[in-house]
Design a protein around this ligand. Structure first.
Ligand SMILES: NC(=O)c1ccc[n+]([C@@H]2O[C@H](COP(=O)([O-])OP(=O)(O)OC[C@H]3O[C@@H](n4cnc5c(N)ncnc54)[C@H](O)[C@@H]3O)[C@@H](O)[C@H]2O)c1
Ligand SMILES: N[C@@H](CCO)C(=O)O
Length: 351
């Protein structure tokens, strides 16, 4: 029986949820997928680091008291030691789910680079490395014969990137637009019901939707990273965040929301990227008051939706969870499945 050993870098909401899936559904997953999963390393800013080549008892980790760290356990230390753990773990897959840094993607870019350089495949939900160093990291992974997967970096567990990359093959996609941030969409909905922006953001944080610094959700830099990923992956662009004009929902007041509702409209934070007449990709992030007849107007709460403008099919819209710990952990599981399939195809090709 094939098995993948996993190192979890960052042990917050998303990676904890992945560990929970692995812990609670081990036998079912093995039967369904044809391979077993085992966690052999964990690092976290607060907990420190833990490396156990025979497999970490996740039940024990979940039972740790909130103030406890990994110090004193076999293979444990009070500090994360990310680079050491990533390079020396016996894991064949590194799962990176630390904070997204929208400025330079660090330290996650270095985490991904270290994993690839030491021959490990990577799954990440962290938008920083994908949006800000995706081309370099994909090339590095190809050069090392490993796989870099990042389905959860856009629209959480809803498989937008694989849908566009595999299912829409043969079509020309000329543009993509959508609601790409669960927190801001949730907040706008709560504000429609009379809640203040600050209270709605606090709720989104408690529900696990918001970034560690929710300014990224409210001011649009989270969507800016996601639209860079979509433009580069789907439209074949080579844009950076500097190419994406950005405005966030802090510009939308409670009065604007009431006015829009009176006119039958709803405010949404829309990210879009499309080719202009010269073939250049133009990308923006901005709040827009959509008429109720618009397909994106009815998308509520942390749900996201992405519309692909195609030549042969017209507009194709996919909608699903855009944030949430367990929903995003599923994206990581889908990446691990893709890594397994890629490894099997490499073995098959060499036989
Ligand atoms: N929560 C969601 O809905 C969601 C959806 C899609 C993508 N993401 C992305 O997934 C990642 C994880 O999200 P989350 O909700 O689990 O965040 P979180 O804040 O709950 O957890 C992040 C964890 O990483 C740890 N960490 C941060 N920097 C570290 C470092 N240098 N070394 C070791 N540990 C470090 C923190 O201590 C924390 O426990 C983020 O990049 C986020 O943008 C989250
Ligand atoms: N904070 C992000 C998480 C998903 O990337 C959101 O609310 O959409």
């Amino acid at each position: 029986m094939n098995r993948h050993d996993i190192a979890l870098i960052g042990f917050g909401g998303v990676n904890r949820a992945l560990a929970q899936i692995i812990h609670e559904r081990a036998d079912e997953l093995t039967d369904q997928l044809g391979f077993a999963l085992r966690v052999v390393a964990i690092t976290d800013l607060r907990l420190g680091s833990l490396m156990q080549a025979d497999g970490i008892d996740l039940g024990e980790v979940f039972a740790m008291s909130p103030m406890d760290t990994f110090a004193g356990r076999p293979g444990g230390a009070a500090v994360p030691q990310n680079d050491f753990v990533i390079r020396n773990t016996t894991a064949d897959i590194v799962v990176e789910a630390t904070f997204t840094n929208p400025l330079d993607g660090e330290p996650a870019v270095s985490h991904v680079r270290a994993a690839i350089e030491s021959g490990k495949s990577v799954a990440t939900t962290n938008k920083g490395p994908v949006a800000l160093a995706g081309t370099e990291l994909n090339r590095l992974a190809a050069a090392h014969g490993v796989t870099f997967e990042y389905e959860g970096s856009v629209v959480s567990g809803t498989p937008i990137l694989r849908f566009a990359g595999e299912t829409l093959k043969g079509l020309r996609v000329n543009g993509v637009q959508g609601i790409l941030n669960g927190t801001s969409n949730y907040v706008l909905g709560q504000m429609e019901s009379g809640m203040t922006l600050d209270d709605a953001v606090a709720e989104a944080q408690a529900l696990g939707y918001a970034e560690a610094d929710p300014t990224a959700d409210i001011e649009g830099s989270d969507v800016q990273l996601k639209i860079v990923i979509l433009a580069n992956e789907i439209l074949g662009a080579q844009i950076t965040t500097a190419d994406v004009e950005r405005r966030g929902i802090s510009e939308v007041s409670a009065a604007d929301i009431i006015d829009a509702a009176a006119r039958g409209s709803r405010w949404k934070l829309i990210g879009s990227a499309s080719r202009d007449a010269d073939g250049n990709v133009v990308a923006t992030v901005e709040p827009v008051a959509l008429p109720s007849t618009h397909p994106l107007a009815s998308v509520s709460g942390p749900t996201n939706a992405v519309s692909f403008d195609t030549d042969l099919l017209g507009t194709v819209t996919v909608s699903g969870p855009g944030a949430g710990r367990m929903e995003t952990a599923y994206a990581l599981l889908s990446d691990i499945i893709a890594i397994d399939a890629h490894q099997r195809s490499m073995i098959g090709a060499s036989e």
